[in-house]
Design a binder for this molecule. Structure first.
Ligand code: ADP
Ligand code: MG
Length: 918
């Protein structure tokens, strides 16, 4: 450190230079060139270098320029139809109409462009919430910093599950395996070591390097940053391209397909109308051509795809506000059809705030007092307070808890206690503190030589420390069964005794039945100082004792579980903990199932049996990550749509396989996040339930948008066709239809995307993912409302013409009639089947009210401003006309509410009938 401080002002010449062959240098050289040390840079130097090298960040991937993106909005069948008709209209000598058509197409493209930009921005903003962090040594101290702040020369610690935050030359490795697919496309993991290789070695053979963007799938390492940001290998290939969000999902594809199909059908209809008009009705070509164009424009729902995309993007935003970060847009809709949620217990259903409350040694059972992580509290043995110092066995337990530990617990500057790492570890530090151990002194007396880190797979961790007088000692802690397997003796007040297995088995159950997490501690004397391997801790250990750890359930979790049950979703708890612990917590959560299924049973079960097992129980205990994959597969083959949570690197395959993979935002590894569709910013189960609720709401809103938009198209088409068939002047001209489409697309059409979830969304069963978007009910509703609009608009038009109103007035009335039909129907459409006849129903969505206000203003302009009158052939209409059309159009509001009422009554009857039959 000293030497570094002295030279701190000198800048490394080659730092961050990616042309250097770092992999060919040995570690010492690399460190010297980067002017760093094993203790890392000083904090001041890190700041200075950040200034000089810039943040460790890749520029956003190149995007199509705004002009191209704008032009792409003309690549649309409807626009082509319009452009052709503009040309034909022009050739027919009607250049004025041609210009208006052209103008409208441009405005249409502009609207689409702006809307798409907004949706994209919303999606991008959410992606940026997920920032990567890195563990570094600075000034010899371990610190967690944003990966963006890394500079060349920083010493970075890697453990399995990390995404390598910058290009690193490895200084120390332990069984390090890295998956470099992001860079090389090779999904087989590479084993890493620290020795130099030939300067010419290809990227895949540079064993001494860890490259930015690759994933640590096993082991741990220390490395020094050689280059950051754009100068990394990842920056050079700009592999981030794959990270660009697309705005397509199954739903948008379905809608696009539907729109295309509809467009073609409508074009055929338009041509048929043209022929009919020419042959049967003897219209002039100019007139009937414009009528056919009007029909095409009227009927094609060109605004729909944009509305759907925005609905999805808004849903994503709402989920983010409730701590559920969507990484892939399709998950928004999949969430709505989830039938099973497989959730971790620890930290998701529980708070992950561990406290050791019981210590069991061969001498007795101690109750530990104190709350939180503050290392203050007494030990009671049979109700008597004891002095831990005078109990060598207890002290040995505490020492094991302190040394075999990866957590950090230190007094915070602002008072209280600062923690880092796994809460289980921190709880053990607290315990050691309560037992009177001095963390620093013990650490100095027993320096760590090696460690086998905890993994959910093997469920233990072990350390090798040297002892003051002697060679070394191994401390091992882990799941009691795993520890017991490795012990043949137990520690006692005097010397060690043979292991009393029945005694300990009973104790495990005693702890677990209370819903506490069980943990065993063991030790092994080591004669020679060396590295620690798995073989070293296979057997011959001495059991020190057990710990019982409480982890209080989250208050809101059991309510969320109940909510899911009402919503027809089964919640399955998956944990590495003991079956009895799991059962006890499961009971508190209201999770059913006769008995927990254990990982062992899952391992032994055949393909077919496992499908029964996953049906049978809702609690799975002592599960390893590879079981999770089998669980997902079995559930899926039972036809379930599965959401699965995970945090470790080994959970990644299960997360990928699940329909919605959910990674933990706080305790999850980068590898898990990368594999997941959604990240829980707060690790909380309740957040999953919220996300499902929002997912269902999004799907509802898409359907509501369809049910709202399509009748307008249907009505317009109906009006044009009726007009042509009747041989009447068209009640609404082609240009006026363009106007209606345009204004309602920017106002009313979007309002339903903001609709909050209905109160009953979590009280109905999940949607069948195969379900067609247009159910018979939807088709009925669209037909029914279209018909009302056609009859109303056409009727009023006839009434006007019969009473001798000029054509302009009759048409302006017709346009306003249709718009008012839309306004009233928009109020109905907020709820598909529920009544809106209450305060919340009318005023609950301010976007609905705002868009109504906006369209009213536009209609007044349309009707009264001279230039508009010239452009669209409108005329000022008298007040009595307004009264008549409002009275007329209000009918739709009443009729649809009536229809809903009849539907509800019919459905209740049917349900009652069904109930009676059972
Ligand atoms: P879960 O995440 O479902 O609680 P884990 O895989 O984290 O399951 O833990 C399984 C078991 O492994 C625990 O019951 C405990 O006995 C043991 N264990 C958990 N954390 C640690 C740790 N940091 N060190 C050693 N053993 C641990
Ligand atoms: Mg855990």
């Amino acid at each position: 450190m000293k030497e570094e401080n002295a030279e701190g002002h000198r800048r490394p010449k080659k730092g961050g230079d990616s042309r250097e062959h770092w992999w060919a240098l040995d570690a010492g050289d690399v460190m010297a060139r980067l002017e760093s040390s094993l203790g890392g840079l000083t904090p001041e130097e890190a700041v200075a270098r950040l200034e000089r090298f810039g943040p460790n960040r890749l520029p956003p991937p190149p995007r199509k320029g705004p002009i191209i993106r704008f032009l792409l909005h003309f690549h649309n069948l409807l626009i082509y139809v319009l452009l052709v008709s503009a040309v034909v209209t022009f050739l027919l000598g009607d250049w004025f109409d041609a210009l208006v058509i052209l103008g409208v197409t441009i405005i249409n493209a502009l609207i689409g462009f702006i809307q798409e930009g907004k949706a994209e921005k919303a999606v991008d903003a959410i992606r940026n919430i997920l920032t990567q962090e890195a563990t570094v040594l600075r000034g010899g101290k371990r610190q967690i910093v944003p990966a963006e702040d890394l500079v060349p020369g920083d010493v970075v610690l890697l453990i399995s599950g990390d995404k390598v935050p910058a290009d690193l030359r490895l200084l120390k490795t332990r069984d390090l395996r890295i998956e470099e697919a992001a860079l090389t496309g090779e999904s087989v993991t590479a084993e890493k070591r620290t020795d130099p290789v030939a300067p010419k070695a290809p990227l895949g053979d540079r064993y001494g390097m860890a490259y930015s963007g690759t994933l640590v799938v096993y082991g741990q390492a220390t490395g020094i940053v050689t280059s950051t940001g754009e100068t990394t290998e990842l920056g050079k290939v700009n592999a981030l391209l794959s990270g660009v969000q697309t705005l397509t999902t199954r739903l948008t594809e379905q809608i696009n397909e539907f729109s295309q199909w509809l467009t073609v059908a409508i074009l055929v209809l338009a041509v048929a109308t043209l022929v009919f008009g020419l042959v049967v009705r003897d219209y002039s070509f100019g007139a009937i051509f414009l009528a056919s164009v009007a029909l095409a424009v009227a009927a094609i729902p060109e605004g729909l795809p944009a509305i759907i995309t925005i609905t999805l993007a808004l849903g994503m935003q709402r989920m983010a506000r409730r701590s559920a970060i969507i990484r892939r847009l399709p998950a928004v809709e999949t969430l709505g059809s989830v039938t099973v949620i497989c959730t971790d217990k620890t930290g998701t259903l529980t708070r992950n705030e561990m406290t050791v409350t019981t210590v069991i040694t061969r001498e007795g059972t101690y109750a530990v007092e104190g709350v939180g992580y503050e290392p203050r509290g007494d030990f009671n043995l049979d109700g008597r307070k004891i002095v831990p110092d005078e109990d060598p066995l207890l002290t040995d337990m505490a020492r094991a808890a302190l040394l075999c530990n990866e957590g950090v617990l230190r007094p915070a500057e602002e008072g209280g206690w600062e923690t880092q790492g796994d809460p289980t570890d921190i709880a053990l530090l607290t315990l050691a503190g309560k037992a009177g151990l001095d963390f620093n002194r013990t650490g100095r007396e027993y320096p760590r030589l090696d460690v086998i880190p905890f993994e959910s797979d093997h469920k233990f961790m072990a350390t090798l420390n040297s002892v003051p007088k002697g060679a070394g000692v191994v401390y091992l802690k882990g799941a009691p069964e795993r520890v017991l397997e490795r012990c043949d003796r137990q520690a006692a007040a005097g010397s060690d005794l043979p292991l009393d297995i029945p005694f300990w088995r009973e104790k495990i159950e005693e702890i677990a039945r209370r819903g506490e997490r069980t943990l065993a501690l063991a030790r092994l004397s080591f004669d020679e100082r060396k590295e620690l391997s798995f073989e070293d801790v296979q057997g011959g250990l001495t059991l020190l004792g057990f710990l019982g750890i409480i982890d209080p359930p989250r208050e809101e979790a059991s309510a969320s579980v109940a909510q899911c049950r009402d919503a027809g979703i089964r919640v399955k708890m998956i944990t590495g903990d003991h079956a009895l612990t799991a059962a006890a917590i499961g009971e508190r959560m209201g999770l059913g199932g006769p008995e927990p299924v254990t990982g062992e049973e899952l391992s032994e079960a055949e393909e077919g049996d496992i499908r029964l097992l996953v049906q049978r129980s809702d609690i799975f205990a002592r599960v390893s990550p590879e079981h999770k994959l089998r669980l997902v597969q079995a559930l899926q083959s039972n036809g379930e749509v599965v959401a699965m949570t995970g945090d470790g690197v080994n959970d990644a395959p299960a997360l990928k396989r699940a329909d919605v993979g959910i990674a933990m935002g706080l305790k999850g590894t980068e590898a898990a996040k990368e594999a997941a569709e959604m990240v829980l910013a707060d690790d909380n189960f309740a957040t999953i339930a919220h996300a499902v609720e929002e997912g269902r709401a999004v799907y509802d809103n898409v359907k509501k948008a369809l049910a709202f938009v399509l009748p307008t198209n249907g009505a317009l088409a109906g009006i044009v066709i009726t007009g042509v068939l009747a041989g009447e002047a068209l009640p609404i001209t082609a240009l006026q239809i363009l106007w209606i489409n345009m204004v309602s697309a920017v106002t009313l059409g979007l309002a339903l995307a903001f609709e909050p979830p209905e109160s009953e969304v979590m009280r109905r069963p999940p949607r069948d993912p195969q379900e067609a978007l247009l159910t018979p009910f939807m088709i009925w509703r669209i037909g029914f409302t279209s018909l009302i609009m056609v009859i109303g608009t056409f009727g009023l038009f006839l009434w006007d013409t019969i009473h001798g109103a000029p054509l302009e007035i009759a048409r302006t009335t017709a346009v306003n009639t249709l718009i008012f039909f839309q306004i009233f129907y928009l109020l109905n459409a907020r709820y598909m089947k529920a009544s809106v006849l209450n305060l919340k129903g009318i005023t609950g969505n301010r976007y609905v009210l705002g868009s109504i206000a906006l369209i009213l203003i536009l209609q007044v302009l349309f009707t009264y401003v001279p230039i508009m009158q010239r452009l669209f052939g409108t005329a000022a209409i008298p007040a009595e006309e307004w009264l008549r059309l409002i009275a007329f159009t209000f009918s739709i509001f009443i009729l649809v509410e009536l229809e809903k009422l009849l539907f509800r009554i019919w459905e209740r009857r049917r349900r009652m009938g069904e109930a009676l039959r059972h």
